[in-house]
Design a protein around this ligand. Structure first.
Ligand code: SF4
Ligand code: SF4
Length: 348
């Protein structure tokens, strides 16, 4: 079969350095649930010795979080995230598309529906048409679930113009078996929003940068630091104790984590969680598709948050924000989960 990029697949030398970084391998201890095990399956699919639609193979395509924690530790530079997208692009087609994913993909295709829902939820008011930028990406999930994030981002930098036009960048589609469509959505968004696109979602930042080019995209913390928008140091005021949850695709795909700490450190005392860099189990649609594994993955993180005695947890991605807020609430912790934009704008 011609499912995978042969050059990327060929890079893996089966060294196993990626195994300790993989959350699903940590859950199962099973080689098949590790990056190396999945790459072995991919090679079998490619040479025809393994069926793409074998239930055990489909199980591995589904169980993988797509967190890309296996990428930064890989000495051969295997772009595992791309291989997973290519895998699902063939395996999650037609009746094999998980049924829970279908309505989400359909909803995020409809710009009008997103616009109406977002306006009802009072996200930041869109800027003028044909603005040269910088544009603030209102997104799809975020504009509906967390409309205050775009308002806070504008409070941090009033020059950011909330972008009109397509709501979804296509990351959701690219990660869920619609790679070509996801890339086309990103290109359409890039055409409608010329110049720099600033996003408050780590997942969108990584997807857009992959399609439009790194120089077109800035995640909010990068933007804050680059533009010198850090507030002046205040003395004599109590600073909240804040834990940070990295975004997997932002950290593992774009290598962005230091600017988040620079921004948070300007207004708060950072308490690093041992698992700050590890996936929270939200992983796009993962918490919907695999709720049991998702709950097992976030459980130790919630215990760390409880032990750390923090006032806030800061996230840089709407999926993480929803996942952590739900988990913290269920655990009965008196800890707020906020977006970086809300912390920086003092809106929490
Ligand atoms: S670390 Fe990289 S080269 Fe080694 S097994 Fe994992 S994916 Fe393959
Ligand atoms: S993307 Fe995450 S869950 Fe999937 S193989 Fe890599 S480290 Fe494991």
């Amino acid at each position: 079969m011609n499912v995978f990029d042969p050059e990327v697949l060929g890079r893996c030398m089966s060294c196993g350095f990626c195994l300790p970084a993989c959350p699903t391998y940590a859950l199962t201890g099973d080689e098949a649930s590790s990056p190396r095990g999945r790459i072995t399956l991919m090679r079998g699919i490619e040479d025809g010795t393994v069926s793409l639609f074998d239930p055990a193979v489909q199980e591995q395509a589904s169980m993988c979080l797509g967190c890309r924690a296996c990428e930064p530790v890989c000495p051969a530079g295997v772009s595992y995230g791309l291989l997973l997208e290519q895998w699902r692009d063939t395996a999650w087609r037609g009746r094999d598309t998980p049924w829970l994913v279908r309505p989400l993909l359909a909803l995020t295709r409809h710009d009008l529906v997103l616009r109406v829902l977002g306006r009802l939820r009072r996200h930041a008011r869109p800027g003028p048409r044909r603005h040269p930028g910088p544009h603030l990406l209102l997104g799809c999930v975020e504009r509906v679930l967390f409309p205050g994030v775009s308002r806070a981002a504008r409070a941090v930098d009033p020059d950011l113009q909330p972008g009109r036009g397509p709501g979804c960048c296509g990351a959701l589609h690219a990660h869920n078996g619609r790679l070509g469509e996801g890339e086309a959505m990103a290109r359409a968004l890039g055409d409608r929003l010329p110049g720099t696109i600033v996003t408050t979602s780590g997942g969108c930042a990584a997807h857009l940068a992959g399609v439009l080019g790194r120089d077109r995209v800035a995640e909010l913390s990068e933007w804050i630091v680059r533009r010198g928008l850090l507030p002046p140091a205040r003395t004599g005021q109590a600073r909240p104790r804040v834990a940070i949850q990295d975004s997997c695709h932002l950290r593992n795909g774009l290598g962005v984590s230091a600017t988040i700490r620079t921004a948070v450190g300007a207004v708060a005392e950072i308490v690093e969680l041992p698992s700050a860099r590890d996936c929270c189990g939200a992983a796009g649609t993962y918490s919907l598709l695999r709720p049991r594994e998702s709950a097992r993955i976030i459980a130790p993180k919630v215990r760390e948050i409880a032990d750390a005695g923090v006032d806030l947890v800061v996230t840089v991605n709407p999926g993480c924000q929803r996942q952590l807020r739900t988990a913290v609430r269920r655990a009965g912790l008196e800890v707020e989960v906020v977006h970086l934009a809300e912390l920086m704008a003092g809106q929490r």
